[in-house]
Structures are given as C-alpha cells and as structure tokens.
Design a protein around this ligand. Structure first.
Ligand code: SF4
Ligand code: SF4
Length: 382
C-alpha cells in the first residue's frame, strides 16, 4: 500500500533566509514543486488572513512563509497570486495587506494581491448545500494552502481544512456560523468548503502555533517546523497527533475521513524529513459543547441555562471599535458607551465576536457548573 507523504522541516526562526532554506528542505521530501506546478501556471497562495494583525501577533500566516513559497513559484517561471477573504464585516483590505506583511511580500517580489471580496464567485453545491466560492480559487491552475496551526474556540483546531473556509467571500462565512452554531454542523460546512476548493498542496506555518483561546486570543507556542503534504486531512490528523490530541475528536477530521477526502490514519502516513517530538503540554481550548451534540435541542437549551460558557468583554482591553457588533451573525450585540453590550438571550454562542476582535478583548465567562464539569472532561481532552 502506498503511504501518504508528509514532509517536515525544522525551522527555528522567521528570518526570510532561514525560512527559505527550510521550505526547500520540506518541499524536497515531496519531490519538489516541479511535480506540482508548470511554468505557465497561475498559482494561488492562500494564507490565513483572519484579521488585520501584525505577524508578531501570531494570528495570521507569517509573511516569511508566503514569501518563501512565492519565490519557489517564481523560480519555476509560474505566476503566484496571494489572496484570502478575512473574517468579519469591516474589510479595509489595504489595512489587512499592510499589517499582515503580505503587501510587503507583494511589492518585494512583484506578486499580485487578490481581494476575494471583489474577485467574484460561483455558487457550488455539495451535500445538498450551496456555497459561494471565490472565482480566483476555482480558476487558478494550482492552489497552495498556507495555514497556521491554531486552536479554535468552536472547532477546537484550525489548520489545513479550516483555512480553506476563506474561499467563501463576504458575510456568507458569518451566516454559516449563524445557521450552524454547534461544532459538528459547522464543521460539516468547513469540510464542504474544503472539498469544493480542495488545494493541490498545503504548506503549514508551524514555526509558532497558537494555543489556548485561539484562533485570535490564544498564546504563542513555538513548534519550530514547516509541514507539507498534498493531503490536507493527513496533515491535520498528523498535527493533532503530535500535539497530543486524538485526531478523531476534531469533528472536521472525522467528517472528512467519513467522506473519503484524504488519509486519516497515522499508520498509513510516511513522515519524511525532520521527525518532530510529541508535544504533551499543548493547551487546547476547553470546548465541552461537543457533549451537547448528544442530547435533543430542547434538553440542550434547558441544560444551557445552568451550564454555560459565554463570550464576555474585558473593559480594560476593549477599544470600543465595534468590530464584534458588526460580526455578530444574529445581531445580539449593540454598541455601548464604554464597551458593546451582549444580549445573551439571543446569543447562539458562535464565538464570531471573539474570533474577530482585533484587540483580544474577549474572554470566556463560565458558569460554576460549567467550570466544575470541565475539570473532569478536560482531563481526557473532552
Ligand atoms: S470587544 Fe473587541 S471588537 Fe468588540 S468593541 Fe471591544 S475591541 Fe472592538
Ligand atoms: S454575541 Fe458573539 S457569540 Fe453570541 S451570537 Fe453574537 S457573535 Fe456569536
């Protein structure tokens, strides 16, 4: 049986030359980029550009990764493009490009930046559901997925599969959150979108991951590696494994395995290059909403009155910018004199506000019962 190849390179610094060398090393274990792109190809690079955040804030794919891949593409005579659709409603794309460092990469290498919000989309169907997918994703000859390893308050984990969620332009992303507040149903959408925009190659920024309250308010966790594979599911599975998480406990992994979208068995993977150690102190988010998947909605609602974890705003950190208010898919937030107000009666706990806050001002406010139960469930990673 032919095993799925995962290439790993050790890389301890975001210095451009160091990343470029590690990138070459990583790609060499996959047979190089020549086996994937031709000289006349249009190659879309799809980083994680969740927020208009500086590279050192650790929320977005580091520009050194994007630069190294763009250079590899240029060296083969092909044409790279850099594009993504950020989260939230406020879309001053110039600010996103500038702060993330992607604009500097674009200017240095003369690479086009593609605004997914204005590039147009086609409506595609999967599993009976409709999705607007950016035309640039669909029309590029090759798509290279460039995620960052992060925890996610709702889905637990975000990397290869979840990064392609940005193929959907505009507020449809928020709408999918609104219609699917539970982790499993939302993960089904994540997997659909990954399948519809399936990248040819994934290269993971694993130099410095985000642990704890990801994908924007967590802590930096150096892992010192770049990983790559043609199979995004295999990458997500392997990364969960080395970070001490049972891969099948992440719903998107489970769903993608069921749908045959890639390899989900560690035993069927051929890990080439640097062999990273198992990291047993990685901090995962305390997401016990998965337990609610098992009970009927009416019972879940009754339980939630006593057993809840809600987004709350730290007044000292809040800049009252209202990004969260605009990002709430069910309009359960409104502007306030000092900080926005949250109407918990209408809140569906999608955590979009937490995800899109550019100042990491949100924290999880837990009921006593929730804190008590979490202690037991967390001991086995849910
Ligand atoms: S919580 Fe965050 S997003 Fe909301 S107003 Fe405050 S700083 Fe802005
Ligand atoms: S308040 Fe926050 S968690 Fe609640 S529905 Fe709005 S965005 Fe989602």
């Amino acid at each position: 049986m032919v095993k799925t190849v995962i290439a790993v390179a050790e890389c301890k610094s975001y210095n451009s030359d160091t990343v470029a060398m590690a990138m070459k090393d990583c790609l060499s274990h996959l047979g190089g980029l020549d086996s994937i792109i031709s000289s006349d190809d249009k190659v879309l690079l799809k980083p994680n550009m969740l927020q208009a955040a500086l590279p050192e804030e650790n929320v977005t794919t580091h520009p050194a990764i994007v630069e190294a891949v763009a250079q590899e593409v240029l060296d083969r005579g092909a044409t790279p493009l850099i594009g993504d659709s950020p989260g939230g409603k406020f879309k001053d794309m110039e600010k996103f490009w500038k702060l993330t460092g992607f604009k500097a990469v674009s200017e240095k290498l003369d690479v086009e930046l593609v605004n997914f919000e204005s590039a147009g989309f086609n409506i595609l169907k999967r599993n009976g559901r409709k999705y607007p997918i950016c035309k640039t994703v669909l029309e590029s000859d090759v798509v290279i997925n460039l995620p960052k390893i992060k925890t996610h308050s709702l889905t637990i984990f975000t990397c290869a599969l979840k990064n392609m969620y940005g193929s959907v332009p505009g507020l449809s992303k928020v709408d999918f959150h609104r219609k699917n507040p539970k982790p499993y149903a939302f993960s089904e959408r994540v997997v659909d979108i990954y399948a519809l925009s399936k990248p040819n190659l994934t290269l993971v920024d694993g130099l410095c991951a985000m642990e704890g309250a990801g994908p924007s308010g967590g802590d930096a966790k150096p892992l010192n590696m770049i990983l790559s594979s043609r199979d995004g599911l295999a990458l997500d599975t392997y990364i969960c494994h080395i970070l001490g998480m049972t891969p099948s406990k992440v719903a998107s992994n489970r769903i993608a395995i069921q749908q045959g979208l890639g390899e989900g068995d560690i035993n069927n993977m051929d890990i080439r290059g640097w062999q990273p150690p198992i990291i047993d102190d990685f901090k995962w988010p305390s997401n016990i909403y998965y337990s609610l998947e098992m009970v009927p909605s009416s019972l879940a609602r009754a339980i939630m009155k006593l057993w809840w974890s809600r987004p709350a705003i730290n007044q000292k950190k809040c800049q009252n910018c209202n990004v969260c208010v605009e990002s709430c898919p069910v309009e359960s937030m409104q502007s306030g004199a000092l900080v926005p107000e949250i109407n918990y009666e209408h809140c569906i706990n999608c955590l979009c506000c937490m995800e899109f806050c550019p100042h990491q001002a949100f924290y999880e406010n837990k009921s006593s019962l929730y804190s008590f139960i979490s202690r037991f469930l967390d001991s086995d990673k849910f």
